[in-house]
Design a protein around this ligand. Sequence first.
Ligand SMILES: [Ca+2]
Ligand SMILES: [Ca+2]
Ligand SMILES: [Ca+2]
Ligand SMILES: [Ca+2]
Length: 332
Amino acid sequence: MNKLIKWTGLFLASLFALQSQAAGTIAGVEISNQASVSYDVGGSNATVSSEIVTITVQELINVTIISQDSGNVGVSSPDTGAELKFQVTNTGNGDEAFIISQVNIGGDEFDVTLSTIYLDDGDGVFDPNVDAVYDNSNPTSIDPDTSITIWVTSDIPESLNNNDSAEVQVAALSKTFSDDNQANPDAGDVVTDGGDSTTDAIYGSAAANADDTATFVVSAIDVTIAKAITGIDDQFGGSQPIPGAEVGYILTVTVTGTGDATNVTVSDSLPIELKLKNEAGGEITVDGVVNSAASNDDDASYDANTRIISVELGTITAGSDASEITFTTVIE
Ligand SMILES: [Ca+2]
Ligand SMILES: [Ca+2]
Ligand SMILES: [Ca+2]
Ligand SMILES: [Ca+2]
């Protein structure tokens, strides 16, 4: 009996923990409350309880959408299916789906045409053959306190000039409010019976922030990087990739198009299983010139703590010879 009560208590405690997340108490949860009064009369104690007062938590709809591109996104002119990356987070207390829309911002050099929206498959990498089309007529339901990554692709007009830019705003609107024909709800607006578990849906204040912008910039420069293994030497004179074996790599940076790519910086974060040979005393060769692993003495460096190789290639004119970076690693 006592054990049962104990386990029931633990279960309720864990349920409560689930419900007490950042989004707040989940929509549909009943909160019951009862007070009591005790008193002494005629030498004995008596207790009287109030009625139980119950409220049901309604659905608060909140969302954030945040651009995931670290800077301007370079495109060609014309271009098709140029992608912007956004993270949509359901910060409300119920399951909710959101309709994604795109608006061109004025006062810049061009506008884009919305192409297709994709739902990332979870790897954070855009692949239109793998990532599913995000269907605004049947958008993905998102659990409370959960995020999805979406790709919003656009077509870029032709005949633009280098460095022309276009700012694009992407917004997420609650499907519940959209279905209720409230295209631009204010905080506190209600869809009666529109919430989860037969609750009402209430538009939250965070929803006022449910858009973000990203910027396309036309770039006549195209910079690519390729990575390849040049060879493996194990400690027995063979070429087996075993712990202790040396693995050589080559990075090739190519600049095509017209104009200069400036401040070209290469970064290679070695996985936990690899380290630069001789680590802090190691070498990184850039276009045939041996650089040290130390910082601030030449164009290359290696951080033994983060395992990041960094190379400053500076300004590269399009069409010039590819830059080649080589180094040797050791398998841990
Ligand atoms: Ca909902
Ligand atoms: Ca524009
Ligand atoms: Ca993907
Ligand atoms: Ca160095």
